[in-house]
Ligand binder design. Structure first.
Ligand code: PLP
Length: 264
C-alpha cells in the first residue's frame, strides 16, 4: 500500500530538549499531515535554559544520510534548519542542486531563542551565495534578516520596512520575514515579500516565554503545506495559523525552567 502522506525531509540540528530543531520539525510535519524524515546536521546538548554543547555531524555522514533518503523516498518538500558551518552548507547545496526537490523552504537559523550561536560567522556568506538561491521561500527572523542584508536590526514594528529593500536584493524569490522578535509589541505580524509585493500576515501576540522552536515549527509546517499543493499565500497563512495555535496551546505549560516549547 502507498502512503498517501507527502514525504517532508527536514535537514536540521537535533535539540536534546525536544523543543526546536529536528524534534520540533517532526512534530509539526506529523501534525500538519506529512510523513517526516530527517537528516541530522549537528547535535546540540540543550534544555529550555540554553545550549551547553554543539557537535557537528561529519560531512561524510551528512552526505550519506542525504543520499540514503533521496535515493529511496519520494521527497515532496525539504525544510532546511540549523546547518552550523560553511562546509555543511556547501555539501547540502551540491546535493540539492542534483536532486532539486519540488519545494525547498530554508530557515536561515543563526542563533537560538536563548541567544546561543547556531551558525559560524564565516558561514553567512556561504548561506547567502550557495543555498538561498536554491530556495523557494526563506524564513528569516528579524536578526537573521538584518544579518543577511547587513542592515540595522529594527527595534519597533514601524522600522521593519527598512529591511524590505535589502531582502528584495537577496538571490531568492520569496522571503517570509518573521516579526515575532519584537517582544514588546502587541502584534506579531509576518511579511511575505514576493515578486516586488509585500503581504502582511498579522496576528495578536500571545504573551508567553514558551517560544522555543517557533521558527522551526513555522518553516516545517510551511514545507508540509506546500507539499500538499497549497499555493504559496495559502500555505503561509496555514502555517501561520498552525504556529499561532501551537503557541497559544503551550502558553501556560511549564516544561523545564526556561524558555519552553510550543504544544503541537
Ligand atoms: N535548530 C536547533 C537545533 C535549535 O536548537 C534551535 C534553537 O534552539 C533552532 C534551530 C532555532 O530555534 P527557533 O525555532 O526557536 O528559532
Amino acid at each position: 500500500m502507498h502512503s498517501t502522506k507527502p514525504v517532508i525531509l527536514t535537514i536540521a540540528g537535533s535539540d536534546s530538549s525536544g523543543g526546536a530543531g529536528i524534534q520540533a520539525d517532526i512534530k509539526a510535519i506529523a501534525a500538519t499531515g506529512g510523513y517526516a524524515c530527517s537528516v541530522v546536521t549537528a547535535l546540540t546538548a540543550q534544555n529550555t535554559k540554553g545550549v551547553t554543547a554543539v557537535e557537528p555531524v561529519s560531512q561524510q555522514m551528512i552526505r550519506a544520510q542525504l543520499e540514503a533518503v533521496f535515493s529511496d523516498l519520494p521527497v515532496a518538500a525539504v525544510k532546511v534548519g540549523m546547518l552550523g558551518d560553511g562546509a555543511t552548507i556547501r555539501t547540502l547545496a551540491e546535493v540539492l542542486r542534483r536532486h532539486r526537490p519540488a519545494h525547498l523552504v530554508v530557515d536561515p537559523v543563526m542563533v537560538s531563542a536563548n541567544g546561543d550561536p547556531l551558525l559560524a560567522e564565516e558561514a553567512v556568506a556561504a548561506l547567502r551565495e550557495e543555498l538561498l538561491p536554491l530556495a523557494e521561500v526563506i524564513t528569516p527572523n528579524l536578526p537573521e534578516a538584518a544579518r543577511l542584508t547587513n542592515c540595522a536590526l529594527p527595534t519597533r514594528l514601524a522600522e521593519v520596512e527598512s529591511l524590505f529593500a535589502g531582502l528584495a536584493e537577496l538571490e531568492c524569490t520569496t522571503v517570509l520575514l518573521k516579526g515575532g522578535f519584537l517582544q514588546r509589541e502587541s502584534r506579531s505580524p509576518d511579511w511575505l515579500l514576493s515578486g516586488g509585493e509585500v503581504r502582511c500576515f498579522d496576528a495578536p501576540r500571545v504573551m508567553t516565554i514558551n517560544t522555543h522552536g517557533t521558527g522551526c515549527t513555522l518553516s516545517a509546517a510551511l514545507a508540509c503545506y506546500l507539499a500538499q499543493g497549497l499555493a504559496l499565500e495559502l500555505a503561509v497563512a496555514s502555517a501561520k495559523h498552525y504556529i499561532d495555535g501551537a503557541i497559544a496551546a503551550g502558553a501556560t505549560l511549564r516544561v523545564g525552567h526556561g524558555r519552553g516549547p510550543v504544544e503541537h
